[in-house]
Ligand binder design. Structure first.
Ligand SMILES: NC(=O)c1ccc[n+]([C@@H]2O[C@H](COP(=O)([O-])OP(=O)(O)OC[C@H]3O[C@@H](n4cnc5c(N)ncnc54)[C@H](O)[C@@H]3O)[C@@H](O)[C@H]2O)c1
Length: 416
């Protein structure tokens, strides 16, 4: 057993976590809990957040000098898309280059792990050369691995240690040490043969969700036309104990992962003259959903003899999913923008989010009260946080478009 493995074994290793966002911060906390020496590095952190994290006992710096003191470095920086929907690996490259420059002297080994989601080949083709440029050779002082994060913010039962992990090392030793490391902080780890397998695993998981959500969204459009309740169909199908997994229709996809990650693979696939059609089709179907939601609002207004233009519409929920304060890629923002473009006066309510910008305009959350509701011509539930007052909505006289079947909890059916 190497000196590094021994320090992992007794949790005395120093671990630097690079990027303290949705992924890095829970990891840093878990590492502390397990007894590791943790240092947080975040180049762009705001003072207020840095102070909050430091109050928890995790030192945070914007510089990378803590890397040289650490045995393990875990990189959890963003992997967004460029405006033309291509992978933007600038954060990964920048963080990797900073880690490589601050690797430190001596002959001790260091394990660097990437947790950010990316296409197969990122660890080998993008990261390794940046270390080699600094004279660091794989298998000597440098060990390099990829281990995707799977947390789901706001989802019950998604404590980091309970979610099984997958890891792949660039060589045998990197994999073995990464396995030993994750075994100290999570209940179950699968070591795969190489980072490309782990990178593709994460993308398969997220594309699986995107494609299945698209399928049920398409079914929901057909059901609506055939006057069949999609929610009842999904519930009934879910009684099958094998061979079926239930996905729920909705107003479109949001968040940092499911709408973004498939494009990473689609981009890489094209380098192999391969056009992954499921991904493109799912993207098209899911991205079309906010347009349908707006059509349903227009229909609901029609039913009242009103036009979209000049009507007041209350959009309920702007977070991309329930019980999180996160609007990244949220379909609500598109619904707001499209309604405003049709001439509706749009207001919104979200108990988690005070202010949003949609279509270049600022909106501020309204209290969900009988007064707010009675001022409106239509309500549209786009995200249903668990504190949403469903009784109040159900008792209103105003038509409701319920894209989440939130009122199903009261025995009333949604309007998808
Ligand atoms: N949010 C999720 O639920 C989730 C789940 C699984 C995987 N992921 C993946 O994990 C990665 C991180 O996502 P996130 O949601 O934590 O992002 P985030 O935006 O919440 O946090 C990223 C942090 O990295 C910091 N950062 C950016 N560039 C840096 C640099 N060069 N050096 C140091 N710090 C830097 C930012 O300031 C930010 O605080 C992404 O690849 C994402 O796809 C996210």
């Amino acid at each position: 057993m190497s000196a590094l493995e021994k320090r992992i074994q007794d949790c005395s290793a120093g671990v630097a976590v690079v990027g303290l966002g949705f992924v890095g911060l829970p990891l840093a906390r878990r590492l502390m809990e397990a007894g590791f020496q943790v240092a947080g590095i975040d180049k762009y952190i705001k003072d207020e957040k840095r102070e909050e994290i430091e109050a928890e006992g995790i030192p945070v710096t914007r510089g990378f000098s803590a890397v040289s003191e650490s045995d393990i470095v875990v990189i959890c920086v963003p992997t967004p898309l460029t405006p033309d929907q291509n992978p933007d690996l600038s954060f990964v490259r920048e963080a990797t280059a900073d880690v490589a420059r601050n690797f430190g002297g001596g002959d001790g080994q260091k394990l660097v792990i990437l947790e950010s989601t990316s296409y197969p080949g990122t660890t080998r083709e993008e990261m390794l050369p940046l270390f080699e440029r600094e004279g660091l050779e794989l298998g000597k002082r440098l060990l390099l691995a990829y281990a995707p994060e799977r947390i789901s913010p706001g989802t019950a039962g998604s404590a980091l240690e309970k979610i099984p992990r997958v890891a792949g090392g660039l060589d045998e030793e990197s994999g073995r040490v990464a396995l030993a490391f994750y075994r100290r902080i999570v209940d179950s780890v699968t070591l795969v043969s190489k980072p490309e397998v782990a990178e593709m695993t994460k993308l398969l998981e997220n594309i699986f969700r995107a494609v299945n959500i698209a399928l049920v969204n398409e079914m929901s459009l057909l059901c609506r036309r055939m006057d069949i309740d999609i929610w009842e169909v999904v519930e009934a199908a879910a009684t099958k104990p094998f061979g079926f997994m239930s996905f729920r229709p909705g107003p479109g996809l949001g968040g940092h992962c499911i709408p973004v990650d498939p494009f990473y693979l689609a981009w890489k696939a094209k380098q192999y003259d391969f056009y992954p059609e499921f991904i493109e089709l799912a993207g098209k179907t899911n991205r079309g959903m906010p347009f349908h939601v707006v059509d349903w609002v227009v229909e609901a207004l029609n039913g009242e003899g009103k036009s979209a233009k000049g009507s007041k519409v209350l959009v309920i929920g702007v977070a991309y999913k329930e019980d999180v304060a996160d609007t990244r890629e949220s379909p609500s923002l598109e619904v707001i923008e499209l309604l405003a473009r049709r001439g509706a006066e749009v207001v919104y309510h979200d108990s988690y989010i005070d202010m949003v910008e949609a279509g270049g305009k600022e909106y501020h959350s309204r209290e969900l009260s009988p007064e707010t509701i009675s001022e409106c011509d239509c309500l549209v539930i786009v995200t249903a946080h668990s504190d949403l007052d469903l009784e109040l909505i159900a008792s209103s006289e105003v038509p409701v478009v319920d894209t989440r079947n939130a009122l199903g909890k009261l025995g009333l059916r949604g309007a998808l």
